[in-house]
Design a binder for this molecule. Structure first.
Ligand code: MN
Length: 391
């Protein structure tokens, strides 16, 4: 039975609708037409998929970031009453549209920061799937969200798990963030030296976009999630522990002051955290496959190997140093992943590049928004120069 509020259908904007989270969010939304409507869709380059989505979901607005595709988008949708825009500025403006209730930020990387800031300033709830926004500028995001009384609802499965464990609960002692360990969990350092792009793109448990799949293989993703958790849940660094849990059934845990631990479990499917971010604090009935706990032979947990997965250690370093250091790390990592995907550097060299950039970029203890922009650009230049020297 639907126990919910039926007088208001939530209007959703999906930034990055053609990506993995975006497409799954559209499925979730279409499964609950009594709850949600798609108000706006934005994409970077995948114009054909965006056209298909626009025809199917009939949003008010679609935006393509790459302006080269504007004519194609206009032509394809000319018979529909859909407003069509192009460019990064248009994406930011769309976030402010009056009827939107929730902005789901599912784009990749640093590009999520500005639109998220604009959406918060316009008083929109944020369903946060773009973790880089929190990694780069969590402090500013939190201040703004507080000022504008805006909720930041986590979509990342681990953070959704923690969020769910925290309901009606006392202050936590620490969180235990689970990590699948990725495809290279059992590889030796020697074996990691020669892994290639194709191997790294095969994640054992989760189907995701290329950037986050590489970040998962290197455990950079887990490092970013540590920083994301710090800002989402107001934690001190020592309150965040990472454990490798290869089955990806326990999505994360919270330990309370009396030592009790709560965990959230489920099959590895992003639809559940997406749905919960959109309906919080309610839970809707779903027909998603159920976890049969008797079918799971065992649940394993082990400490991560920080010598093999240096990116995770670098994320802890960046979090401890604070200021613009996570922003520098994120920028260097975007350059590193791009280079790895183009066979310009080896898997382990990505960590060298991050370390080098963190060392060379100017450290700023209390950055404002402009300082983040400068740091991001400076770190990319430093990382690029390092790459150019290699080749
Ligand atoms: Mn995650």
């Amino acid at each position: 039975m639907n126990s919910g509020n039926t007088e208001h259908i939530k209007q959703i904007a999906i930034l990055g609708s053609t990506g993995s989270i975006g497409t799954q969010a559209l499925e979730v939304i279409s499964e609950h037409p009594e709850e949600f409507q798609v108000y706006a869709l934005t994409a970077n380059n995948q114009v054909e998929l965006l056209i298909k989505q626009a025809k199917k979901y009939q949003p008010e607005i679609v935006v393509i970031a790459n302006t080269d595709y504007l004519p194609r988008l206009r032509e394809a949708l000319k018979d529909l009453p859909i407003k069509i825009y192009a460019g990064a500025d248009a994406i930011e403006q769309v976030c402010e549209s009056g009827p939107i209730d929730i902005v789901l930020t599912a784009m990749v990387g640093y590009s999520g920061l500005r639109p998220t800031l604009r959406a918060i300033k316009a008083g929109k709830s944020i369903a946060l799937a773009n973790k880089e926004t929190m990694v780069v500028a969590g402090e500013i995001i939190n201040e703004l969200a507080h000022k504008h009384q805006v909720a930041i609802l986590p979509v990342d499965s681990e953070h959704s798990a923690i969020f769910q464990c925290l309901e009606y609960a006392n202050p936590l002692e620490k969180i235990i963030l689970t990590a699948s360990g990725g495809p290279f969990r059992k590889f030796s350092l020697e074996e990691l030296r020669t892994v290639g792009r194709e191997q790294a793109l095969k994640h054992p448990n989760w189907a995701m976009g290329a950037k986050i799949t590489i970040d998962s293989a290197s455990m950079m993703n887990k490092g970013f999630e540590v920083i994301e958790a710090k800002w989402l849940f107001g934690l001190r660094p020592e309150q965040i522990e990472v454990v490798v849990h290869p089955q990806s059934i326990v999505h994360s845990m919270v330990q309370f002051r009396d030592g009790s631990i709560k965990a959230q479990l489920g099959l590895p499917d992003m639809k559940l955290p997406i749905l919960y971010a959109l309906t919080y604090p309610r839970r809707l009935e779903t027909h998603y496959p159920r976890l049969d706990i008797t079918q799971i032979a065992s649940l394993e947990f082990e400490k991560p190997d920080l010598k093999k997965f240096r990116n995770l250690a670098l994320a802890f370093t960046a979090m401890d140093e604070g200021g613009n250091m996570p922003c520098i790390l994120n920028a260097a990592n975007e350059v590193a992943v791009e280079a790895f995907l183009h066979d310009r550097i080896a898997f382990l060299q990505m960590s060298d590049l991050l370390e080098y950039t963190m060392d060379k970029a100017e450290f700023i203890k209390r950055p404002d928004y402009e300082a983040y922009t400068c740091s991001d650009q400076q770190a990319r230049r430093i990382a690029q120069a390092y790459l150019d020297k290699l080749s």
